[in-house]
Ligand binder design. Structure first.
Ligand code: NPW
Ligand code: ADP
Length: 498
């Protein structure tokens, strides 16, 4: 059993079809009941480690194998002297699976109190196990089972989800319905399911643990949980004889009236990421020199700098750019060798099909592009709703990457970094301290600066972007106990970790 935080190396993530194939092969390889026995024992061990002093335990069990795992854990908890109430839920006339019936009998024989369709939480319980639904969750949870979920969520203490928090789609990280378990810990079996790490997955799972159940995970992955090695690979030492020209020019094309702060955040982030020279070109109005960052240079209309300069620079367009961003895109799409498009640059792309066509054509000329949409910006690009994007973040990001021939960061909890024809990364760092204005500008600026320093290197662009997303989140994780992280402070926090 291992806690999954940020893995050292990229860790395979699976969708539910691959999980089912793995489960079926594993079941066929061992005597009946073996996997449920292992899952139940692992669950009980983790529960006792997390809540060693809990006397009263509440085990919620559904009619399927998720319930069987939980009832097997109930047996071990009762046998270890805990006072266990196991509430089993099944529709009228529905029989629970044989494995669950066997474990139920063992739990009852060990002294557990068994209740049927009773959602009331026992008094004084400091440990609750959610084994209502796992990967077989098929529709919104209703009725007594929904009440039990709400009762589970109200337990003050350890709330351990078995395999998957009930009501969460472990393939996508979306939920159906209002009743969704809110765990403090989730012990997932056999493999890591992608939906535990993106969308609302992390919010519902709490800490994530993996119990491989002695089964070799040999299914090809559908995505990677980004490992720490990605960021480490970006930490290339500066050569003794290198000069600022070795780290490239970054052009920041951003900042409409009233939004100059966004432009400044992006420019400062590009500078802190290591770009050799950072030039800021405001889209509207003017701004005095930044006295605390005199290294920044301002230039007019850099989008008209011509093919020679744009062809060697790394350019960011967007970041508080307002409607003025649209007019800068035709020359940038045609001439910029390396182009990051954020915020209003993305909205301009969504509004004008000819810009999207120009974006697609860049790939054929060997010009690379990074797009950094949040879910609503992604929805505009995909011509759907933000809810539809959030319903399956991995495939939304992949569709955008494949269609627009760009590396795409779909931002939010568990950011997805997709590239055409490659498996997406899911980022394992970050938290709601990042839900503060301007942190996206910092991300876009840092990607631009980082890319500028690696412009000639062999690192894959997708890996470089995923490494920056990881660093951005890690800075927030280091700050997690201190409330929102202000965007300017985020730059300093990233610099300390870089
Ligand atoms: N097989 C093994 O040995 C291993 C299995 N493992 C474990 O098994 C889990 C998968 O088990 P599973 O396939 O039985 O599905 P599971 O999540 O229990 O749910 C299906 C049941 O729920 C019902 N149901 C569905 N939706 C519902 C709703 N909204 N509201 C109410 N009921 C609903 C549905 O019946 P229905 O009502 O749809 O007819 C069906 O009865 C997996 O997550 C892991 O924990 C692993 O430990 C490895 C070893
Ligand atoms: N709950 C969260 N968990 C992880 N990352 C988050 C969370 N909320 C926001 N973020 C990150 O913060 C950044 C916000 O970007 P964005 O929405 O563009 O904000 P802004 O436009 O104000 O800069 C993104 O990188 C996003 O992934």
């Amino acid at each position: 059993m291992q806690a999954i935080t940020v893995p050292d190396h990229d860790f395979p993530l699976h969708d539910l079809s691959a999980t089912r194939r793995l489960e079926q092969r594993a079941l066929a390889a061992v005597p009946p009941g073996t996997l449920v026995a292992r899952a139940g024992l692992s669950t009980a061990r983790l529960a006792l480690a997390l809540a060693p002093h809990a006397r009263h335990c509440w085990v919620l069990a559904g009619p399927g194998h998720n319930g069987a795992d939980a009832l097997e854990a109930a047996f071990h908890l009762a046998r270890s002297g805990r006072c266990v109430t196991a509430s089993v839920f099944a529709r009228d006339g529905q029989t629970i699976v044989p494995a669950a019936a066997q474990s139920l009998q063992r739990a009852r024989d060990a002294g557990a109190n068994i209740l049927l369709n009773d959602p009331a939480a026992p008094h004084g319980c400091a440990l609750a196990l959610d084994g209502l639904l796992g990967i077989g969750s098929a529709r919104p949870i209703e009725g007594a089972m929904a009440q039990a979920v709400h009762g589970f969520n109200a337990i003050e203490g350890t709330r351990l989800a078995v395999d998957v928090p009930s009501g969460l789609d472990a393939g996508t990280g979306a939920t159906a319905g209002a009743a969704v378990a809110q765990a403090t810990d989730t012990l997932t079996m056999l493999n890591l399911k992608a939906g535990l790490f993106t969308g609302v997955g992390r919010a519902h799972c709490g800490r994530i643990w993996l119990a491989p159940l002695d089964v070799q995970d040999d299914e090809p992955p559908q995505a990677w949980l980004a490992g720490r090695a990605l960021h480490m690979a970006m930490r290339t030492p500066r050569g003794h004889a290198q000069h600022k020209g070795s780290y490239g020019d970054a052009f920041i094309v951003a900042g409409a009236l009233g939004m100059h702060g966004a432009a400044l955040l992006a420019a400062r982030a590009a500078l802190s990421a290591g770009a050799g020279r950072v030039y800021l070109s405001l889209l509207e109005g003017s701004m005095p020199l930044d006295p605390t960052r005199p290294e920044l240079m301002q230039r007019d209309a850099l989008w008209n700098a011509g093919a020679e300069r744009l062809g060697t620079a790394t350019v960011l367009c967007g970041c508080g750019g307002g409607k003025a961003a649209a007019a800068t895109l035709p020359p940038l799409l045609e001439q910029a060798a390396r182009l990051v498009i954020d915020a209003d640059g993305l909205n301009a792309l969504a509004a004008d099909g000819s810009l999207a066509t120009a974006l697609r054509e860049r790939d054929g000329r060997g010009q690379a592009t990074v797009l950094t949409p949040h879910p609503l910006e992604a929805a505009r690009l995909l011509d759907c709703t933000a809810a539809q994007v959030q319903a399956d973040r991995l495939s939304a990001a992949q569709r955008l990457a494949d269609d627009l021939k760009a590396v795409v960061v779909l931002k939010g909890s568990g950011s997805v970094v997709a590239a055409p024809g490659a498996l997406p990364y899911v980022n394992a760092t970050g938290n709601a301290a990042l839900a503060s204005p301007g942190t996206g500008d910092v991300l876009a600026g840092w990607i631009t600066g980082q890319w500028s320093t690696h412009a000639g290197g062999g690192t894959s662009l997708q890996a470089l972007v995923a490494a920056t997303v990881q660093l951005h989140g890690a800075a927030a994780d280091a700050h997690a106990q201190h409330g929102p992280l202000l965007a300017l402070d985020l730059i300093g926090a990233m610099q300390r970790l870089a």
